[in-house]
Design a protein around this ligand. Sequence first.
Ligand code: CP
Ligand code: NVA
Length: 304
Amino acid sequence: MKKDFLTVTDFTADEVMDTLQLAIELKEKTKRGEHQNFLKGGVGALIFHKQSLRTRCSFEVGFQQLGGSSVYITNQEIELGKRETIHDVAKVMSRYFSVICIRTYSHKDVEELAYHAEVPVVNMLTDLLHPCQLMADMQTILEKRGHLKDLKVTYLGDGNNMTNSWLRTAQRIPMHLSIGTSPDTLPDADILQETRNSGISKVSVHHNAVEAVKDADVIYTDVWASMGAKDQIDTKIGQLQPFQVNMDVVNAAKKDVLVMHCLPAERGREITADVMDLPNTVVFDEAENRLHAQKAVLVKLLQG
Ligand code: CP
Ligand code: NVA
């Protein structure tokens, strides 16, 4: 049966760890200039309804490095669900492509696409979740720390698709996930509850940034207004200013805390420029690992 990657929980804990290990191996091979023809002749569809730097480039380069290729498709071409149904698009694309990757607004649309597609579907970001980013982030922590055990990860800022993705990851990798946000910007209530119910990780929610980051191994943040909701920025600034990642917050965490951000960052807003440029800030390693983690996800989906 074909497998999709719409959320980190589409993989078991063992599959997540195997994929991260493969990502690290593929990265070493890439750096040594070794060919990795896992997807020889395979072609991926890359459907984008939102902007992207990292995701588009890392998927396109990834397909090439794996011996395959990709086709970039925007809403201009297919108008998913409008020009024709998601069902029909899924059926047609399954006849051309080895895998369909999509970045769009509605997570339900992606679930519908995956339901009807006969090839694997990869979520390249929805309003609800961004699982490919989390695989790159976990790879980065694994490389920097050598393990993923007993981590305290503090997410500061908007309760958005990144926060929800951390919650889903905490259903597979045991951690203390501490979320610092305002009462009006909480993550998805169902995902928060299902993570608590899973009993894999400790989840705490704080409305005070310094309290949230106490003893943190990782501080993570993201933009306060996501794509599709940029017009809400003024409201978000009012709600989230106390949760900015600045030197006061960094100094309240562990001395060797890793500072992470999925990027793009708005320097001076959710994260100060001095924190962005600290030696312990690993945002460009995360961006680099998008390439390797996604290649590993593709290999797992297409080769088992
Ligand atoms: N982090 C991330 O997904 O970046 P892009 O939006 O540039 O793809
Ligand atoms: N929360 C951000 C993540 C960008 C990678 C957004 O959805 O715009």
